[in-house]
Design a protein around this ligand. Sequence first.
Ligand code: FES
Ligand SMILES: [Fe+2]
Length: 376
Amino acid sequence: MDAPDLQIPRIEGSFDPSLPIEQGRTIPARWYTDPEIFRAERDCVFGATWVIIGRSEQVAEPRQYLTAHVAGFPVLVVRDEGGELRGFFNVCRHRAAPVLTEESGTATKLRCRYHGWTYDLTGRLRGTPEFEGVCDFSREDHGLIPIEVAIWGPLVAARFRGSGATFEQHLSPMPERIATAISDLTFVKRQVYDLACNWKIYVDNYLDGGYHVNTVHPELAGMLDYSQYRTETFDTTSVQTSPLTTDRSAIRHGFAQYWFVFPNFMLNLYDGLMDTNLVLPLGVNRCRVVFDFYFSHSGPASEEEFQRRSIETAHRIQQEDMTICEEVQSGLASGIFDTGRFSVKREAAGYHFHRLLAAALTCRRTLSGRRFPQKM
Ligand code: FES
Ligand SMILES: [Fe+2]
């Protein structure tokens, strides 16, 4: 029996995830422009699954911390004095100021810069200046709100609500497929791009199986051997792979792997180098893409000139992607377009993403108006 159309409450348009790709349609245009869908994504997608928030080398030692913003959730991760990794919402219990404001650093205590409340590295409230005489108040009840955090390889992730798969299971089968290839890579540089488009347009663009490469990225087209481009989909990940041409002057060599981890993370791996892309929604028609570049300790990729050229190449490709993504946002917001069809040959990973998204959004039905976060 066919599954019923998935109807998101109060949102026009439907998506039928039961159809094979030959008959399937994309999610409706309104899902890229409607603030109600954006709120549903915050609750049911970003609020309810593993999201990658930083690099493990940022919190390798006791007292190191990192902060992040994911779909409006401010978070901090810190390694406490005993070496345990801890995550919290980065929201002070006094007036909701951020407790930590730097992207990463070292701290012996967490001191809110607004009125100076201090928390220890386990999140307990320790200092409350000039707070004598307040009735029914205990510091024990006003610690930072904890969140689940986990590390795999170079990645730190958080989960704000929900249970089930471990972070490593969520990444499967990427860990076993790339562990050896990334073992000698080191983080070198971060670049951040702000785009005037919904976050899903950037993800769709990544997941079209190389469909846009010849048209949008002529420079990249020469590096990939298209006849052997492949796409595989898994529970919450997909991978597109391609051998690279053997041009010795090329900046990327060997075999390219383009991994996607639902909902918003990409990992691009070549011989001796890798970049990761984290797509952060900033609003219904704005997003930020954070690129982290990693290079090998040895071989050509360890040389500064190689690294500079490689990052420049990625920057040029990113400019091309940004332009087309922002143009697509205009088209989706025009009211002219509702849904589109998929290339069976190229776009399996894109349809897989839409199915995962639609499945996650069904949680909106069960939340029945409760505000996030629920009581912990
Ligand atoms: S908001 Fe943090 S001390 Fe007032
Ligand atoms: Fe692209």
